[in-house]
Write a protein that binds this ligand. Structure first.
Ligand code: GCU
Length: 512
């Protein structure tokens, strides 16, 4: 095996070396991208904004003196979130048409300019290629797996190369196009198809011959162990069931007649500040640092998911009218941002998203706006850093100055299927995430779902006083749904509820 590996490594090295030479030759006249540390990039943006000092973010460790607030009586220093149903002019939004034609575009503009940044008008074209097709088994379900690369046109700045990685998995027995849940995380073959025993025998024979050819002194060793098969089939592995006895998300989806797409956000934009002059943001900026309204990583990941959907719209195995987006934690934020901005996505499962996701930016509980303007600044627009400023040419700003909040971000998903998911702190879905603040935002966003002819949690009344339901009691009757499960920092315990709920609304069942 080692022989094979080192042989292929030599070939791969040779290929890389050749590629490098070409890249160097082509880019010699092009200035290299700016190389900053995250701190230097953060400082550069503060300088552009005229900020001298920021309020520090709180510590996540409750034993630290500067730990985050977990006292509900201090959680609402800005008790009123901006009203999704009031135009900036003060006029009330009373009809679906006013929402759609006036308020929605206003909110898109506010979130773009001040919160998540703008997608540049001239984002380059992406060309998708299926690089390999594998026939696999996920649990007991045969599936077809397509591994894909989306090559971003970098003719405007060849020094940066962006290749988007996505893997599409659809049930092999499907009688027609299937709904697909796109999931932020690692892409790649979920369950690679292995050679049969007969093929393994041939591979083992070739391997042994190659070893002897490489080192004839090993002939005796190989001959002394005729039954030894160095390359073996991977033993069947039972999946790890979660505490509810459910198999992994992938298994549940294909068993229910869904497909899924594994979408790698890091292939679009790195998850760190030092990478912001590279990736898709760096490519469009020709390797230069961002300007205050430019997009941050969350918007870039969301843009990438949209390009993934462009491909899915061309694949006959996919019911492109019923593609969802899913993510947990920072990818839960990205999933919500994707759904809010790109109306082609029909549904979203927002897992444990916290600040910058479903919870109110105005709330003072756990992760703070100051966390997002400090170490996590690159997820957001540069402009967002203003809301953490204690000393600046413009004075100072607070979370209460942010012109739009998460109730409005969720509202932008209306009337499409929107499932807000959390776990419980005792199992690791930290208090840091602010479950209560997310619930308040979900309740308030419900008014927009109701106005748009859909249903949310509007029956619970005003978000200031609405009571969160007990853990494991889903509010799943409407297109805007809420469920806090009794597991940890994952959406897996909610997956079966998500599938049933979405199937009901889109009229899908596995037998079709
Ligand atoms: C940190 C961060 C959160 C983020 C989480 C994650 O806790 O503060 O905003 O959601 O990491 O993505 O794991």
């Amino acid at each position: 095996m080692r022989y094979c590996l080192s042989l292929s490594a030599v070939v791969i090295c040779a290929l890389f070396a050749a590629g490098e030479n070409v890249a160097v030759a082509q880019s010699s006249s092009i200035p290299a991208p700016v190389t900053f540390t995250a701190d230097q990039d953060h400082q550069n943006m503060m300088d552009q904004l005229g900020i001298k000092a920021l309020r520090p973010g709180p510590s996540g460790n409750e034993k630290d003196a500067n730990h985050a607030n977990y006292d509900e009586s201090k959680a609402n220093p800005f008790p009123d979130a901006p009203d999704p149903l009031t135009l900036q002019s003060g006029q009330k939004v009373t009809t679906p048409a006013i929402w759609r034609d006036k308020r929605r575009p206003e909110l898109i503009e506010l979130f773009s300019k001040y919160v998540y940044g703008r997608v540049p008008a001239d984002t380059p074209k992406v060309t998708w290629t299926v690089t390999a097709v594998d026939h696999e088994m996920i649990g007991m379900t045969p599936v077809i797996v397509k591994d894909l690369v989306g090559q971003v046109d970098n003719s405007s700045y060849p020094a940066i190369d962006v290749k988007i990685h996505m893997t599409l998995v659809t049930p092999a027995a499907a009688k027609g196009p299937v709904p697909v849940l796109m999931m932020f995380g690692r892409a790649g073959f979920p369950s690679p198809n292995e050679p049969s025993q007969e093929e393994l025998d041939r591979i083992n024979k070739a391997w042994k011959d190659a070893v002897v050819q490489q080192d004839p002194s090993l002939k005796d060793v190989i001959a002394a162990h005729p039954a030894w098969q160095p390359i073996k089939a991977t033993p069947f592995q039972f999946p790890q069931m979660n505490a509810d006895g459910d198999p992994p998300n992938n298994w549940q989806l294909v068993r229910a007649g869904w497909g899924f797409a594994l979408f790698d956000p890091a292939s679009v934009q790195a998850d760190n500040g030092a990478g912001i002059t590279r990736g898709i943001i760096g490519l469009v900026n020709k390797g230069q640092p961002r300007k205050p309204e430019d997009w941050g990583a969350l918007r870039a990941w969301a843009w990438g998911a949209g390009r993934g959907l462009d491909y899915l719209e061309t694949d006959p195995a996919v019911d492109a009218k019923h593609v969802g987006i899913e993510g947990v934690s920072r990818y839960g934020k990205a999933a919500l941002v994707t759904m809010a901005f790109d109306e082609r996505f029909a549904m979203v499962l927002v897992g444990s998203s916290g600040k910058g996701g479903a919870t109110l930016l105005r709330r003072n509980w756990g992760e703070a706006v100051e966390s997002l303007t400090g170490g996590e600044y690159y997820w957001m627009a540069g402009n967002f850093i203003k809301y953490g400023a204690s000393q600046a040419t413009f004075g100072s700003s607070t979370p209460g100055d942010i012109p739009a909040d998460s109730n409005e971000l969720i509202a932008l998903c209306a009337p499409r299927l929107t499932f807000i998911s959390y776990g419980v702190p005792e199992k690791g879905d930290a208090k840091w995430l602010d479950h209560e603040g997310s619930f308040m935002a979900t309740v308030d966003a419900s008014r927009v779902f109701a106005l748009s002819g859909a249903k949310g949690l509007e029956d619970l009344g005003d978000y200031h006083t609405a009571k969160m339901p007990p853990v494991n009691q889903g509010l799943l009757d409407g297109q805007l749904a809420w469920r806090q499960h009794d597991g940890g920092h994952t959406d897996a315990p909610n997956m079966k509820w998500f599938i049933q709920w979405a199937d009901k609304f889109i009229g899908h069942n596995a037998a079709q």
